[in-house]
Design a protein around this ligand. Structure first.
Ligand SMILES: C[S@@+](CC[C@H](N)C(=O)[O-])C[C@H]1O[C@@H](n2cnc3c(N)ncnc32)[C@H](O)[C@@H]1O
Length: 229
């Protein structure tokens, strides 16, 4: 019986593929930045809308919300304006685009942007009501380290809202994803990301899964809401 956890699998994976680390993610998103909106604006719009809807209640109450991996800021105009938002990202070229969007669209509910690693957030404990991370977890070299940081910076009763592509467990799609996965370093994300990475982390931490549902197009993406106990 294989009793290895998804964390072990990830550790093995990173040991075998030393290429997938922050420097390569940064290089990949420096390449993506000029064309990112063109390629990913429409296909990932439903997930951004779902993430914005999931944090709307907290935003209406004037809550503090951290957007991790804000990228070019495509989700920012969708956010309810009564919230107080800060966006962070590892990639300066992506953040520059987000800054241009904030100025062009007068998104004054976004109070700050900063270059920051999701696995080392420069915020005190329990300061945010929500952490939202659309399309980010599968990009991170060490998702557990980042999830731990998300949990640290939210208040008890606060929520983490994730949207991601969760890899197929079997069949031809799983094979294609495994093949693509060997190119993660140049793509800038991990196509074969299994749900167990999130599920095992929830089981090991003081939190609970509030919601998990698939999203359009074609159920390709999954929204998860996790509450800090
Ligand atoms: C697929 S994009 C998602 C951007 C945006 N949330 C959206 O919905 O379009 C992933 C983003 O995560 C950022 N990222 C990757 N690794 C990161 C890290 N360790 N810390 C913070 N951001 C990171 C990338 O630079 C990129 O902007």
């Amino acid at each position: 019986m294989d009793d290895r956890t998804s964390k072990d699998a990830l550790a093995d994976d990173s040991a075998q593929n030393q290429n997938y680390e922050n420097a390569h993610v940064e290089a990949a998103y420096a390449r993506w930045a000029p064309i990112y909106d063109l390629v990913f604006e429409a296909v990932m719009r439903p997930g951004r809308k779902a993430a914005a809807a999931a944090i709307r209640g907290a935003a209406e109450q004037g809550g503090a919300i951290l957007d991790v991996g804000v990228g070019t800021g495509l989700e920012l105009p969708m956010f309810e304006k009564r919230g107080h938002y800060v966006g962070v990202d590892l990639s300066l070229p992506m953040l520059r685009r987000a800054q241009q969007r904030i100025a062009a669209d007068n998104l004054s509910h976004v109070e700050g942007l900063a270059v920051m690693d999701a696995a080392r957030l420069a915020f005190a404990d329990a300061v945010f009501d929500r952490v939202v991370a659309p399309y980010v977890l599968t990009v991170l070299p060490d998702p557990w380290a980042s999830l731990d940081e998300f949990l640290r910076v939210i208040k008890p009763g606060g929520e983490i809202v994730l949207v991601n592509h969760i890899g197929a467990e079997q069949g031809p799609v799983a094979l294609v994803e495994a093949w693509l996965g060997r190119r993660s370093a140049s793509l800038g994300w991990k196509p074969e990301f299994p749900w167990s990475i999130v599920g095992d982390w929830i089981a090991a931490r003081p939190c609970r899964l509030l919601e998990r549902r698939t999203l359009p197009p074609l159920g390709l993406f999954t929204l998860a809401r996790i509450e800090k106990l």
